[in-house]
Ligand binder design. Structure first.
Ligand code: UDP
Length: 233
């Protein structure tokens, strides 16, 4: 399949058209941003880790019955995906308190949630991705009620599958953010699942193996990303 003009350049990925209108070509970058773009940097070979990790997880989730945009891994940094219309929602699933949830609810990081927490944010950089609920989503027509129900169902399914998968690799899945798109009228998982979008702690030491090492200047950022990919392979 031929790579054609660039459609969009995001913070972590470039999206190109291909000669098939239903397929996009994604190139993962090493650029890292945090705090809504205020902190900028690069994480060497992050693009390669995020691309390959996403491919592994998308394939596994497909097998478990979650439809995804993944089509094919091309090389270390590039994949083909279905050309979806992204729903402007960040879907966050939390198993353990961390980050903004710990702050908002006055919980210590590491407190296990008695029940899985699902949150929505409105994907809008100018507004700083504000947290919203089902009513806001319906009121400003970000998605239909039927789409929201499907998103919720898949989000919990994905969490169950990923928690077990990471557990086998001695990693705690603390929380993660996913995005969905619409393809041929159906809601499917899109974007990426990587140390940029998940909080992953070593099961024994609780060492952070994710983007918090970059956000909080904890050092060893590259090594942590490589370690996660190594454990998945
Ligand atoms: N997250 C993300 N992109 C965002 C915001 C959050 O991938 O724009 C992920 C983040 O890595 C974490 C989870 O979503 O795994 C929950 O993040 P939180 O709301 O605690 O925000 P943060 O503390 O990362 O600002």
């Amino acid at each position: 399949m031929e790579k054609m003009e660039m459609l969009y350049e995001g913070k972590a990925k470039k999206v190109f058209k291909t000669d098939d209108k239903d397929v996009y070509h994604i190139v993962y970058k090493d650029d890292a941003t945090a705090f809504n773009g205020v902190k900028k940097g690069t994480i060497s070979d992050k693009g390669a880790v995020n691309n390959q990790m996403s491919a592994i997880l998308f394939e596994m989730l497909e097998e478990k019955g979650v439809p995804t945009h993944f089509v094919k891994l091309l090389n270390e940094r590039e994949m083909l995906v279905k050309a979806v219309e992204i729903l402007p929602l960040e879907v966050i699933v939390r198993n353990i308190a961390a980050g903004s949830l710990a702050k908002r609810l006055g919980l210590e990081e590491g407190v296990v949630m008695e029940e899985t927490v699902l949150e929505f944010c409105y994907k809008n950089d100018d507004l700083g991705d504000p947290m919203i609920n089902d009513y806001h989503i319906a009121a400003i027509k970000l998605a239909t009620k039927e789409q929201v129900e499907v998103v919720k169902k898949y989000a919990f399914m994905i969490n169950e599958v990923l928690v077990d998968f990471f557990k086998e690799r001695k990693i705690k899945l603390v929380d993660f953010k996913i995005e969905f798109g619409v393809y041929e009228g159906k809601v499917i998982l899109a974007d990426e699942i990587s140390p940029d979008t998940c909080r992953l702690w070593d099961a024994e030491s609780n060492k952070k193996l994710d983007k918090d090492r970059f956000r909080r200047d904890l050092g060893d950022v590259e090594d942590a990303y490589q370690e996660v990919l190594k454990r998945l392979k």
